[in-house]
Ligand binder design. Sequence first.
Ligand code: HEC
Length: 172
Amino acid sequence: MLRGIVIGALGVIVLGALLAFVGVEAGLVPANADAKPSSLERWAARTSLHATLRREAPAAPNPVPLNDANLEAGIKLYAQNCAVCHGAADGHPSNVASGLYQKAPQLAKDGVEDDPDGVTYWKVTHGIRLTGMPAFAASLTDEQRWQVALFLKNMDKLPPVPERLWKSLKKS
Ligand code: HEC
């Protein structure tokens, strides 16, 4: 009886793996970027991202002090590295951003001010797998990644001088 159940269960697993393999090989798993992600894809990506963030994102406050110099450094880094996908202050997506799969949020409209700095720092450092969001650990220093996180946290309440710099950025 037990042997029958084990053999049956193994059979189901092998058949499932075989079907998945044949589906991928036959091109039945969509590879195009000009469609909406399925709800299964969205569920899997979000759930694993949130679980990883709970485990790994630093909970300590931003080590970079909140002042104009650090905010302006964050804005310049954002202009060079992020605006092409996440937009400038006008909130209009670039051609690159319009064609991305998954869509990159246009941060001027759909910002992350509510997220802790450590969460944004983690995303900038490690990127987000299976999306266009790159990992910047190899290209930006630790301080630069915290500066850009500081800017995103305070994007909706910038002091006058950094605010003028941010508003002067054109979409790339
Ligand atoms: C090549 C395009 C691309 C570039 C360049 C890029 N990102 Fe992203 N980013 C994405 C995409 C796509 C997502 C959405 C991922 C998802 O759906 O989970 C994302 C997500 C994010 C998020 C999470 C947004 C949210 O609503 O939770 C943050 C924060 C972020 N990026 C910050 C940055 C910063 C800061 C930079 C520059 C240092 C940057 N990104 C550069 C494509 C990009």
